[in-house]
Every structure is written in structure tokens, then in C-alpha cells.
Write a protein that binds this ligand. Structure first.
Ligand code: FAD
Length: 450
């Protein structure tokens, strides 16, 4: 199976379009004053390295860290077009749900089940390790998750999810009535599943702190370095706007931007997701909604909403729909229709917050595979190009993928390299010209079904 094609960018030597051209009104960026942070110098002139990583989101940063641990003497260079965390990694909901990589079937022998749990929970564990070992600050709160039902069908979904967690020995509690009200007060929520296996965090903080950590362990990080062309080979050639670099080993950590450089064409869907941040809630407003345990909150609709409380008591809310654009375009940072829907859902869930101000609205693009399974592995005629794509719950999964990439590079055989997501085939997603239309048709159908 070929996941790289030169055909669409042959002869081109251009800055990939719609990258870094829009102002993003992202609350997380504002919260860390990103505009005034030091952004590293770009790569200039010609260089050689042992490993080049393209993309400075969680996948690239985690890969950089883990490769460094396995190969302390290799010269590793990470190239990021804007600044580390500029993509989905610095814009997301900050949910760190540790159940994403649980295999669909938990009913296996205890040893296999435990190995699967170890892989699934590695991402969160690694974030906690960066906090304790490197003093990473990312406002991590391990408050668990609360999934809520808006109708009876959703309750059946919650029960099914509870059983799935149970098959892995993971506890969760189905709440109704007063029990639910002690967690969250909404006239719309009729039940909820509370489970402790997850956390919330400030993703932009985490990305910027991870940049610091990988530099501390000796990785060279180049920001403002847009890669314009990749020519795979025994030695891979990477052209950037101002220079070029060659390396025998490459990591493609580009997520939704990968197809612009010829990778995963017609395999992964770029899918755009949008979010808002309210003004900080007053004590009275907080009391009116309860939510004292500050779990990550989401509902059970196909196009669900997800909500968190920030450290300064704002609500960050996203979801309520997604957007597919023609020609696999990346979102420009906003979509008025979906943003309006998010705001409508917020006041539908919590009418008692009527009048609360909305201060920020932004979006980002991530990837989706038709078989809804992420994939991490190695490709290329020389088996020297590593990748991770298709993570819809990527905050912890990307961290794990960085580890898997390093383990694969070291040719290790363990529960990480043997996990079913490794080299998982990525289903053909149809021709690009039809994909936007197809995506919108599926979206329309799902919206009708609820
Ligand atoms: C709005 C939104 C909400 C989300 N919410 C959640 C959530 O709550 N929980 C969760 O688990 N997951 C969530 N996700 C998914 C999660 O954010 C992603 O799966 C994850 O961040 C992907 O990380 P990545 O490093 O693979 O990609 P990215 O973070 O997108 O990194 C790719 C990087 O490549 C860089 N790049 C692109 N082109 C070039 C080029 N030509 N040259 C050099 N660099 C380039 C980009 O600037 C970018 O920094 C959300 C995604 C979005 C968009």
C-alpha cells in the first residue's frame, strides 16, 4: 500500500496554501501570551541530520522526546512551520481521555487485556511524568469524565460504554436524578456516566512546555520553518522555504497537513472542529450549574459537544458539528454556522447562564480515517519514514504514538509495537474531488439521526 505520492506536488516548490495565514482567536494561545513567546529561528542553508521530524504538534514532540531517549547520540532536528503547538495540538478541547486505544473487544485473556490497558494509559502517564520530571506546567486536572444523555437512546449508549469499560476492569457510575444533579445541574441532562479515567489540561501550555523539554534533552527545534517538499529515498531530502536538510530517517507528524506534502492522499479526511471560550463565570453562575468536580463533560449525540472549565473558570466548549471543506482544505480558524450552534447548545444545556459573554471562538483541523482507527507505523521503499495519523482523541494518543515510533525505530517487540494500531491499514477515502461532498452528505445524515 502506498501512502506517499509525488504526483500532486511534482514540480511545485511552493508554500503549502492555507497554512499560517489567519489570525486565530484561540483562548489557549491567549492564556499563555503566545504572541510574546520566543519562537525559534528558522532553518537556513543546507544541513544533514540523523532524524528529521516534520511537524511540532504532540506527535512530533513526543516522537522527538522518545527517539532521544532511545538514541542519545543521534542528531535529531524537528521542523515546525509556525510554532510548536500551532496546529490541532494547541487548539483542542484539552480532554485527555485515556480509553481511546482500548481495543474494541476487552474480553480477552487477562495478560493481553493488561497490556492493552498499559498502552492506552501510557499517554496520560507520560504527561504526568513530564510534569514530575521536567516541571511541565499544563494545568492538568485529573477529574475524570462525565458523559451525559439527552434522551433515552443516549442512556442505552451510556450503558454500552459502561459495559465496555467494565470488560477492561474499569469502573464507572451511571447517575440519574439527584445523583446527577450533585455533579452537574442542567434541565436537559437525564443521565450521566461518571468515570475517573481521564483528565483535562491546557493543550497550548502542554505543547509549548514539551518544546522546552525536547530542547532540554538535546533535540534541535526549528520553528517558522515551512517544509515545501519532501523527496523520500535512502537519504530523505527535505526542502524548506529557506534551506534544506537530509536525513536517513524521517518522521511525518503533520496530521491534517500531511497531504499537502504528498502523504496519505485520499486516505485521511481533514476534519475541522470549532470551539468557544466564555468569560470567567462568577461564583453565583458556577453555583447555578454545580460541576464542583470539574470533570470533562460531553454529550452522547453523534456530533457531540464537549465542555471543560479552565483554571480561571471559563467554559471552553466545542463540537456541535464538524466541517469538511472541498479539496481537503484546512479550516481558517473559524466557521460561523458551527460557532453559533455551539453557543446555542451552551445556553440550551444551561439556560441559567443566559447573558454569559462569549470571549473567544476558534477552530482547528485534525484527521479522521474511514475505519475510525488511528494508525502509526513506518512506510516508504526504504522503510525509513515513520508516521502517526487519524487520532480523533489525540491528546493522549499522540503521546503514545511518539513512544511507538521510537520503539519501532529501535526495532523493539513489545506491547506498544504489537498493538493493533501499528501499521493499521488506512482505508481509501475516495477521490479528493468528491470527498467534501461525501463528507457533508454523511454529516447531514448523522445530524438527522441525532
Ligand atoms: C478543535 C479541536 C478539538 C480537539 N479536541 C480534542 C480533545 O479535547 N481531546 C483530544 O484527545 N483530541 C482532541 N482533538 C484532536 C487532537 O488535537 C489531535 O489529534 C492532535 O493534536 C494531533 O496532533 P499532531 O501533532 O498529530 O498534529 P498537529 O498538532 O496538527 O501538528 C501538526 C503540525 O505540523 C505543522 N505543519 C503543517 N504543515 C507543515 C509544513 N509544511 N512544514 C512544517 N510544519 C508543518 C503544523 O503547524 C502543526 O503544528 C481536537 C482537535 C481539534 C482540531
Amino acid at each position: 500500500m502506498r501512502y506517499f505520492s509525488h504526483s500532486h506536488n511534482r514540480g511545485q516548490y511552493l508554500r503549502p496554501p492555507d497554512l499560517y495565514e489567519y489570525f486565530v482567536d484561540n483562548y489557549w494561545f491567549k492564556s499563555i501570551d503566545l504572541e510574546n513567546q520566543k519562537i525559534n529561528e528558522p532553518l537556513r542553508d543546507s544541513h544533514n541530520a540523523d532524524v528529521v521530524i516534520v511537524g511540532g504538534g504532540f506527535t512530533g514532540l513526543s516522537a522527538a522526546y522518545h527517539i532521544r531517549q532511545k538514541f542519545p547520540n543521534k542528531h535529531i532536528v524537528l521542523l515546525e512551520g509556525a510554532c510548536c503547538g500551532y496546529g490541532a495540538s494547541g487548539r483542542n478541547g484539552g480532554f485527555c481521555i485515556a480509553t481511546d486505544l482500548l481495543n474494541k473487544d476487552g474480553d480477552v485473556d487477562p495478560e493481553t487485556r493488561q497490556k492493552n490497558l498499559d498502552v492506552s494509559f501510557y499517554g496520560l502517564k507520560f504527561i504526568k511524568r513530564m510534569i514530575s520530571e521536567y516541571g511541565v506546567e499544563c494545568d492538568l486536572e485529573e477529574n475524570g469524565m462525565l458523559e451525559v444523555a439527552l434522551n433515552e437512546k443516549h442512556i442505552r449508549g451510556l450503558e454500552k460504554f459502561r459495559d465496555h469499560l467494565k470488560s477492561f476492569g474499569l469502573d464507572s457510575t451511571l447517575l440519574r436524578g439527584e445523583e446527577l444533579e450533585t455533579e452537574i445541574k442542567s434541565p436537559r441532562f437525564i443521565a450521566g456516566l461518571n468515570y475517573p479515567h481521564g483528565a483535562i489540561l491546557n493543550p497550548a501550555k502542554l505543547a509549548r512546555e514539551m518544546k522546552r523539554v525536547v530542547e532540554e534533552v538535546g533535540v534541535e527545534v526549528r520553528e517558522r520553518t515551512v517544509v515545501t517538499r519532501i523527496t523520500p529515498g535512502e537519504i530523505n531530502h527535505v526542502d524548506t522555504e529557506l534551506g534544506d536538510i537530509r536525513a536517513p530517517t524521517l518522521v511525518i507528524a503533520l496530521n491534517a497537513y500531511a497531504h499537502k506534502l504528498g502523504f496519505f492522499n485520499n486516505r485521511v479526511f481533514p476534519i475541522s472542529v470549532f470551539q468557544i471560550a466564555t468569560e470567567p463565570l462568577t461564583e453565583t453562575q458556577l453555583e447555578s450549574i454545580g460541576w464542583g468536580n470539574r470533570q470533562g463533560l460531553s454529550d452522547m449525540r453523534r456530533f457531540f459537544s464537549y465542555l471543560t472549565l479552565t483554571v480561571d473558570d471559563r467554559i471552553v466548549m466545542g463540537g456541535s458539528g464538524v466541517a469538511f471543506y472541498d479539496n481537503d482544505a484546512i479550516c481558517s480558524g473559524n466557521d460561523k454556522t458551527i460557532t453559533r450552534r455551539i453557543i446555542k447548545d451552551l445556553f440550551y444545556f444551561f439556560p441559567q447562564l443566559d447573558g454569559l459573554g462569549i470571549e473567544h471562538a476558534w477552530g482547528g483541523t485534525t484527521t479522521y480515517t474511514l475505519n475510525e482507527t488511528p494508525s502509526v507505523g513506518v512506510i516508504g521503499d526504504h522503510q525509513n519514514i515513520y508516521y502517526g495519523v487519524g487520532m480523533s482523541e489525540g491528546v493522549p494518543t499522540t503521546q503514545t504514538f511518539g513512544r511507538i515510533i521510537a520503539d519501532l525505530m529501535a526495532e523493539e517487540s513489545n506491547e506498544f509495537t504489537n498493538h493493533n494500531v501499528v501499521n493499521h491499514p488506512i482505508t481509501y477515502a475516495g477521490p479528493r474531488s468528491l470527498r467534501g461532498t461525501f463528507g457533508r452528505a454523511v454529516k447531514w445524515m448523522w445530524e438527522k439521526l441525532g
